[in-house]
Design a protein around this ligand. Sequence first.
Ligand code: PA5
Length: 426
Amino acid sequence: MIKVDVSNVISEVEIEKYQSKVTEINKMIDDRSGAGNDYLGWTTWPKDYDKEELVRLLKDAKYVRENFDVLVVAGIGGSYLGAKCALDALKGLKGSDKPEIIFMGQTFSPNYTHQVLEYLKDKNFAINVISKSGTTTETSIAFRLLKDLLEKKVGKEKARKAIYAVTDKEKGALKTLCNNEGYSTYVLPGNIGGRYSVLTPVGLFPLAVAGVDVKAMLQGSLDALNDLDNDDLKTNIAYRYAVSRDYMYRHHRPVEMFVTYEPQMSQLSEWLKQLFGESEGKEKKGLLPTSATFSTDLHSLGQFIQDGSPLLFETIVNIVNPELDVVIPSDKDDLDGLNYLAGKTLSYVNQNAFKGTLKAHEEDGGVPCNIITVDKLDAYNLGYLFYFFMRTCAMSAYLLDINPFNQPGVEIYKKNMFHLLGKKGY
Ligand code: PA5
């Protein structure tokens, strides 16, 4: 169902040279002995997640689905991007019909926040606050505003039953608040970092509320775990992709452009930018992850990709069979000259745009392209893809001799901001 072709980026001979290093790192991941090893819980999560908690989560999600018009999800970074990506990918850009899912707390924007709060004033809404640390400023401000609005609207008692939290099992200000207020709470395990948490309640609660088949998603990730937890570079698609990335990095292609031809997959690129950027971008090393949605961006970035500085390689996620399609009609006058496409589908046109662009970029532009082919977009395949990319990311970072699971650089802007805002201790 998912195929990975790295042949335009790295040869089999070059892949083979990585085998002993990959064997060593894979053992390190399995033994949990490398840097950041206390954050490797995601590697086996698809088989050892808390089954009882999932039953409770699905029951609560059903209740929210049946009793509210809107679910507002407050979170940022790893506590936001995975759910947003899966919602767009599986429910389309129009979003799920009922309940509507809205995100807040992923920005300080006064305009956006004001607009959402205004919109919610006459809506029957529930809140899903997600924060592992329980202290992230964007999320905390959003939750304070949402809680305040809800309590004023329906009273403290009713609000309590409309608030669902995902946070650490015991640490953090949000956990204390949940304990004091008695909110329904699900656990983001201590040994799973934010950007590796999409398959935990962080992603599963909002997705279940939106009607996504989260069990199929977990099954996809379990199958990925079974397929990819080995060191065989001839067959392990995650590790073949990881070494292709490393090879590009070491051969003067420091930018990886994630490409999709399906706009509802462009949030996958956002999730990937965080996953790889925050995991690898340390110690003055790492590929710069960037993204484009074709054919839209062929009319903007296309020129640079084809003829500009030779900095980048592409990783294209190609969805072969769209769920929906459109047939181009015939026109008796054919003044627009499109009758040669009459009776053809947009997916036929899109796939040919993909093939034509690939040839242009690879052959004429000299841009190496990895191709990840996904037969169709569903919860199972997305669960598989999430695990596949996380496994790739861990291997890639360890190939650079980097801890994939911390983000020390992110703290510096926060310190400056807290100092300017007058937070105690800064
Ligand atoms: O990957 C990470 O760890 C980060 O991107 C976090 O997910 C993000 O900073 C949000 O943190 P928290 O869930 O603690 O609010």
